[in-house]
Design a protein around this ligand. Structure first.
Ligand code: PEP
Length: 254
């Protein structure tokens, strides 16, 4: 499959009942839908991973929203990549701006998480992107984050990473002025590609999916993800409504 659509459920679904309602609605909305070219991934909070694993829907791939960089041991409160794997996860989000902001994660932490995830066969979804104050040097910020977060990641592993350009200022916005233009997203995509080609060569880089995240909806997906040549989307707010999320998936799948 050459496209991917990923739901970031963030800190939502407050109870088992809420999760079950959500997954039931998701199953209902999936009926009759085919995604020949697109992987559909949902990343859920840790507490829902066991229930998520029991939800046997073959059309959806499971993912988590954070991971620690050690496999086991005395790391109170942390969750290892091995645990994620054993709970059925194939993907994990790393480097998200909300973790950078609220948990003070640095590129060096993200790098350790990526290496640990890859070591355990989990595919990292690496978020990079500038915040509002960094807008003028956005492309440099992306390059710096890529350089730091992908340090020591070999060419043999890079195809298992999804890179998401997610400008922090565009997340969960209702304001169309707070969305990057198609050209801006294309430029970010190109700079990411250029970095990958420089580090890993053309052949390997072609296998890496580069996606866009930040206020993707049915109304914005064409401009943000299709016309900009992205390989898919990371979706926050709209992933809470299965019908909208899957409509976005269908547009990307076309
Ligand atoms: C996100 O925070 O990863 C995200 C994509 O959010 P939203 O779609 O709500 O902008």
């Amino acid at each position: 499959m050459n496209k991917i659509v990923i739901g970031n459920l963030k800190m939502n679904l407050q109870s088992i009942e809420e999760r079950e309602r959500y997954l039931k609605e998701f199953s209902k909305e999936l009926i009759g839908k085919k995604f020949q070219n697109t992987e559909i991934v949902l990343c859920l909070p840790f507490v829902h991973l066991e229930g998520f694993k029991k939800w046997k829907n073959k059309k959806v791939i499971r993912g988590a929203l954070n991971v620690f960089w050690e496999d086991k041991g005395s790391f109170t409160g942390e969750i290892s990549p091995l645990m994620l794997k054993n709970f059925g996860c194939q993907y994990v989000v790393v480097g998200h701006s909300e973790r950078r902001k609220y948990a003070r994660e640095e590129d060096s932490d993200v790098n350790l998480k990526i290496i640990a995830a890859l070591r355990n066969g989990i595919k990292p979804i690496l978020c990079v992107g500038e915040n509002a104050g960094q807008k003028a040097r956005g492309l440099n910020i992306i390059l710096e984050q890529l350089k730091n977060c992908l340090s020591e990641v070999s060419g043999g592993k890079i195809e298992n990473i999804i890179i998401c350009y997610e400008p922090v200022w565009a997340i969960s916005s209702n304001n169309p002025d707070h969305l990057p233009t198609t050209n801006e997203i294309m430029s970010a995509g190109l700079i990411i590609k250029k970095f990958l080609v420089g580090k890993y060569g053309v052949k390997i880089s072609e296998k890496v999916k580069i996606i866009y995240g930040g206020s993707v909806s049915v109304a914005t997906v064409k401009q943000a993800c299709v016309e900009s040549g992205m390989d898919g989307a990371l979706i926050g707010r709209e992933s809470l409504t299965p019908r909208e999320f899957l409509k976005i998936g269908e547009i990307i799948n076309q």
